[in-house]
Design a protein around this ligand. Structure first.
Ligand code: GRF
Length: 230
């Protein structure tokens, strides 16, 4: 197997961000772009929920937004085909799932495979799916984290790009843990991973992650405990 070639570092990478919720990851991505830490442009923000806070953030930043409401579609696949068509129209280099709370069908995943990334609030492969913070606390985990990964058909099972974690505190609730994870880890980790994708350091090749021209055998992991307390 030969290492993949690197991408053009001059033109800003085109991102389409797909979300359902508050948009704190989108906010961090936009801030990283603004401060020159991420050489990218958000071409479109898509939400399945008209009330998503992420839409307000996008509009405030002057970004084009689309709401695609699932209620107008018969089944998941027809919705995902419409979503795929809208996303593809923007010719994105990467499709960034940032708190998108619907499971994507294969029709979408296959169309963007290798360009489709997600943030999941756990140290995968632990806690695929929902309620990750509760499950970490229930299991008495001493550390909890987030993972950036390429998306494949299997939910939360795609190749890992990078992970970050914080210590769990004795008095943590699911809410305090989730908030601290968002502020300390997620909002740093996603822009950092996207920067590695946009500058070509990290690439998808035949279903594997390559880093600096080498097959990535182990996912890089950073701890975020040393940041100022949140
Ligand atoms: C984040 O915790 C993310 O990891 C998960 O959904 C949440 C989205 O939060 N997939 P926000 O909408 O970015 O504020």
């Amino acid at each position: 197997m030969t290492p993949p070639t690197t991408t053009n570092a001059d033109a800003p990478t085109r991102l389409v961000v797909v979300l359902s919720g508050r948009g704190r990851n989108l906010e961090a991505i936009l801030e990283a772009i603004e401060h020159g830490r991420l050489h990218a442009r958000v071409a479109l923000v898509v939400s399945n929920r008209p009330s998503a806070g992420g839409l307000r953030i996008a509009r405030h930043a002057g970004l084009p937004c689309v709401v695609l409401n699932p209620s107008g579609f018969g089944d998941r696949e027809s919705y995902d085909r419409a979503l795929a068509a809208r996303v593809a129209a923007e010719q994105p280099d990467f499709v960034v799932l940032a708190g998108y709370m619907r499971i994507l069908s294969s029709v979408f995943v296959q169309q963007f495979q290798g360009r489709l990334v997600n943030i999941h609030p756990s140290l995968l492969p632990r806690y695929r799916g929902l309620h990750t913070h509760e499950r970490a606390l229930d299991n008495g985990d001493t550390r909890h984290g987030a993972s950036i990964h390429f998306v494949i058909d299997d939910l939360d099972a795609g190749p890992l790009i990078r992970q970050g974690s914080i210590a769990v505190r004795a008095d943590d609730t699911a809410d305090t843990l989730a908030d601290r994870l968002m502020q300390r880890v997620e909002q740093q980790l996603y822009p950092a991973a996207l920067a590695e994708l946009t500058n070509g350091r990290v690439q998808w090749h035949n279903g594997r992650v390559w880093r600096d021209g080498q097959l990535q055998e182990h996912c890089p992991h950073a701890d975020y405990d040393s940041l100022a307390p949140v």
